[in-house]
Unconditional design. Structure first.
Ligand code: HEC
Ligand code: HEC
Length: 176
């Protein structure tokens, strides 16, 4: 190889490494890599207001649009509770949930959820095969511990769940 070609190749390799390093370095929530790894956190005031008083504020990227539609259409008998929402409020929340559902985020866990559902639209995240499989080693008694309550209480163990981060390093199962 001529010296000039060698130099060009060297430069090209350096540029490639550089862009990889920049990508790894940008752990801020706006980066592409962050978006692929983590679910987008909730950024809707109405949804936060209406849907977090009884339980963890589920990230829209954890269910497909069809499930969110069922959840909102069934708001009068929501797991035994009547949510008593105004039609307008309900429509607005559903619009937000559908626009940010598992089909839309591109985050790896949304992608896995969609794959494992094969077109199903369950009412619960805790019924999704992929989610069930990831927790199969946890004994059912653990979920009923006082500070956990149930499998549905994602934030009790996933300390960064509200940020859309479900990494192993951020899990801590409360002892009581
Ligand atoms: C009055 C209390 C209350 C409010 C307010 C409420 N929920 Fe729930 N929700 C429940 C109960 C109870 C369950 C069942 C929890 C369990 O089994 O541990 C539940 C479960 C869920 C689940 C299934 C969780 C799972 O197991 O995967 C979703 C999704 C959900 N709610 C969405 C919503 C949305 C969206 C709103 C706002 C429109 C909302 N909830 C507001 C009481 C409430
Ligand atoms: C009792 C504690 C606990 C609760 C409650 C819980 N999880 Fe987990 N979760 C775990 C543990 C432990 C693992 C397995 C970590 C491992 O072995 O990789 C896990 C794994 C996961 C994974 C896979 C992470 C990976 O490594 O790819 C996802 C996604 C997840 N949980 C989401 C949820 C969601 C959503 C909820 C609520 C509906 C929830 N979890 C409720 C403890 C919990």
């Amino acid at each position: 190889m001529k010296l000039k070609n060698c130099l060009l190749l060297f430069l090209a390799v350096m540029l490639l490494c550089g862009s990889v390093l920049v990508d790894v370095g940008s752990a801020d929530s706006g980066s592409k890599r962050h978006k692929r790894r983590f679910l987008p956190p909730v950024d809707n005031a109405l949804y936060s207001e209406e849907c977090a008083s009884c339980h963890f504020l589920y990230l829209p990227g954890l269910l497909p649009a069809g499930s969110w539609t069922k959840v909102m259409e069934g708001a009068e008998d929501h797991f035994g509770e009547d949510l008593a929402l105004e039609t307008e409020t309900s429509t607005e929340i559903l619009k937000y949930l559908k626009a940010n559902s598992a089909e839309t985020t591109g985050a790896k866990r949304s992608v896995k959820i969609m794959k494992s559902l094969k077109g199903e639209t369950p009412l619960r995240i805790t019924e999704i095969r992929y989610i069930v499989k990831e927790h199969r080693e946890i004994r059912s008694k653990v979920f009923t511990r006082e500070s956990i309550g149930s499998f549905s209480n994602c934030g009790a163990c996933h300390r960064t769940a509200d940020k859309g981060i479900f990494e192993e390093d951020d899990i801590k199962i409360p002892r009581k």
